[in-house]
Design a protein around this ligand. Structure first.
Ligand SMILES: [Zn+2]
Length: 380
């Protein structure tokens, strides 16, 4: 139990649902709820499970004597920072254009900060994890796609002007597979969960001997964890896949190090988090792509916070004595291809009333201040 300890509520919106967590000033998650996403529904119905969980979390925080400083939320897409709306969330299009920041702030009467997920993960690592003390911190994350973010002197930075490509479409192999963007050999076709899966299938088709075959034919689903387990047991195919992906990731990292001159590069995400094999391969590949002096200037490390990096990052700004949205004006590296938005802030009611049935109800209904069942139970 906290004794009037400061905390904040973090919300990480992901593909299948949202995690709602109470995070303390040290970036530690004290309690979490999971809200399933109702896909294909209008914005109001999509948000409703998240809002209910936030309410429950505030009740929990109050019962545990936490002082909640604010609400931080991350989305798996792009943001219009000026109007505090998601611009494009490919997996959850119902939220595109919704004034999420204003909506949550009004509903819960708490300062609310919005982040792109990869930026939040970097902020988390910078404040509470592997990136503490770095002045120029670059973060590459590999999940379904490759994302990147960059912090200089504690602030999320805009990418340099010459670097206008989408991160996952940085070409590293001239004769690679055709990417969804139309080009060949983008990093995303070589290093991602899909790419891993493709390499496994290729090995199975070739009839290569691997313990993966037995596990997959026993009905297990492919995942980075499954591959990591087999690599740890010494399976040749799994080790070969890590080696190949590590080389491509190393080549991409060299391009980024050359462009951004970081003093630290953090590698994170589901693909990397499983074991240290990729990290070793990336380090040795960098030695072949960069002069020794350049290599010595940058420390290459694994992310420390794992799955909690985003939750720690979305609340980090509430604990630096500055409640303004610190990186608010920065364009995430992954978003530069989309350019600036002309979208202006508007009235929530105007937007939700006309477009989304039941939307205005979400913000007009005040936070319930009466005691929750949880609090009543505790009070006896
Ligand atoms: Zn591409």
């Amino acid at each position: 139990m906290g004794i009037d300890e400061s905390a904040a509520v973090g919300v990480e919106v992901a593909v299948g649902g949202a995690t709602i967590a109470l995070v303390d000033r040290h970036g530690r998650v004290h309690h979490r709820f999971y809200a399933k996403t109702l896909r294909g529904r209008p914005a109001a119905a999509t948000l409703e499970p998240y809002l209910r969980c936030i309410e429950q979390m505030l009740a929990y925080a109050s019962a545990e004597s936490f002082h909640v400083r604010g609400l931080g939320i991350s989305v798996p897409g792009t943001l219009d920072h000026a109007s505090r709306r998601p611009l494009l969330i490919p997996t959850l299009p119902a939220l595109n254009g919704i004034p999420l920041g204003d909506l949550l702030e009004t509903r819960f009467e708490l300062p609310t900060h919005l982040h792109v997920d990869v930026d939040a993960a970097l902020l988390g690592e910078y404040r509470f994890g592997a990136g503490k003390g770095s002045r120029r911190l670059l973060f590459l994350t590999v999940n379904a796609v490759v994302g990147a973010a960059f912090i200089v002197d504690g602030k999320l930075e805009q990418p340099t002007q010459q670097y206008t490509g989408h991160v996952c479409h940085v070409p590293v192999a001239t004769n690679g597979l055709r990417c969804s963007c139309g080009k060949r050999g983008c990093i995303n076709t070589l290093v991602s969960i899909d790419a891993m899966q493709r390499m496994v299938l290729r090995a199975l088709r070739r009839g290569e001997e691997t313990s993966l075959a037995a596990r997959l034919s026993n009905g297990e689903y492919f995942s980075p964890l499954l591959l990591a387990e087999e690599a740890a047991r010494g399976d040749g195919v799994a080790l070969q896949i890590y080696s190949e992906m590590g080389r491509w990731l190393g080549a991409a990292s060299a391009i980024y190090i050359d462009t951004f001159a970081p003093d630290m590069l953090i590698l994170g995400g589901g693909v990397l988090g499983a074991n240290g094999l990729l990290l070793q391969q990336v380090r040795s590949t960098l030695m072949t792509h960069l002069p020794v002096q350049e290599c010595n200037k940058v420390e290459v490390v694994s992310a420390l916070l794992g799955n909690d990096a985003v939750l720690a990052g979305v609340v980090a700004s509430f604990f630096v004595g500055d409640t303004s949205q610190h990186g608010g004006q920065a364009v995430p590296l992954a978003d530069v291809a989309h350019g600036d938005s002309e979208d202006r802030p508007g009235q929530i009611e105007d937007i939700l009333d006309g477009t989304y049935p039941g939307g205005a109800d979400l913000i007009r209904r005040p936070v319930k201040r009466h005691r929750s069942k949880y609090e009543q139970r505790r009070a006896g």
